[in-house]
Design a protein around this ligand. Sequence first.
Ligand code: C2O
Ligand code: CU
Length: 499
Amino acid sequence: DKLGDNAGTRSGSSTGSKMKSELDIPEPFQVPLPRPQVLKPSNSDGSTDFYELTQRSAKVEIIPGHKTEIWGYNGTFPGPTIESRAGRRTVVRHRNELPVPVVVHLHGGKTPPEHDGYPIDYILPKGGWEAGGSMPGHDMAAGKTSQGTKDYIYPLDQPAATLWYHDHRMDFTGPQVYRGLAGFHLVRDDEEDALPLPKGEREVPLFICDRSFSEDGSFRYPSSDHNLHDPGVTGQFENGVIGDVILVNGAPWPTMDVTNTRYRFRVLNGSNARRYGLSLDPKPSDGSSFIQIGSDSGLLGAPIGHDKIDIAPAERYDLVIDFSKFKVGTKVTLRNDMDKGKLGAIMQFHVARSASDDSTVPNRLADFEQLDRSMAVQTRQFLFSQGVSGGKQVWTVNGKPFDPNRIDAQPKLGSVEIWKLVTDVHHPVHLHLAHFQVLRRQGLAPSARDAGWKDTVDILPGQIVEVAAKFTGYQGKYVFHCHNLEHEDMVMMSNLEVV
Ligand code: C2O
Ligand code: CU
């Protein structure tokens, strides 16, 4: 199967179809890598930094020579990067100028429940909104609805980490993120600042995602706002929506000039459904293409060298690449080993010149508390699998579709629990609020890519993965779900309530 690991729905024109795009999709490695703009606070006081974002549509150039309409935070895709200090409060005022309800979730954040982006806590469009359809949970009155604007308050009482923010609207997260509603939110702290890691120009966020385009340059998502749950449309989403153009920071297969020094890349898989197998070509002779320094939720205790890393939707890897291992003039491709042809490449680095480098990767990165199963006070099991609800094929957790009113786990605040996550097909499982460590995969030791504190774990078909999750932060109701966004929209989500 030429679709490899990502076999599923292609949202783009399929080979030979008369819809074959007339769009001039550029050959890989022509377009320079953009960097998302870093958002400046609109105001700061002794304890808090205030930011403002407007969610609006905009026309941007993604494919050279064409305009694509996006829905973006401040009209950009990816959205502006927010940089917070651990322990300082960040308040983000979101203004909704889109024609649909929106919800904002800070992924990886330890956030009080009313600011976490619960899927029915809508910010309605400024001009109002008439609820359509009769899906359970669509009851606008059930959530904490605001009109036009909402201030999200993030205490960020957590260590330095690569977080991201994105839309989380009930049943419509897939289409809304696909249109562009996602960006980085970095948390920094003094402990990390004191490390001699690559900084400034040599610290680069990489937002990797895939999209398909129509002939007119618009994004091609196989559903409009209102028909996601129509019979006939639902079936197309079985494995999630994957595109045929790979974007990094919103540019197709970009290229980046680097010096022969170390760079720190904060890699995010922001795709709706596609997984990537990251590797370098050529590989450095010592076999360590990537030095991993951090995972989803912060720095590792000590760095880990990897030859390749698989990354599922919503996972983050904080990686150092040492370009001094290559001769000046070398073009180093960041590959996607899960696919072939154009989809087998993500971007390219051109080692353009030599420069001095005073960065290093120290052997000790952060204080790291290793969880162990004896700390757990409770064990729970959740099966992520296909099911049927109301005559429709849906995705379920323990056989049940998402219901905002049903609580499926009540962990105690501050406790550690073992969660056994079981799947039928690939599902990247994400817990809100709780960070966790992978204890076992299929009864065996976790793989190298599972290291560190995580909030999303890639579960392979038919696997059982045991994680130790720590429920610190706040009491209240949070969701956990599959982060294949079409699975999430097709109700593969459940509630936990920290008590
Ligand atoms: Cu990144 Cu509940 O989501
Ligand atoms: Cu899934």
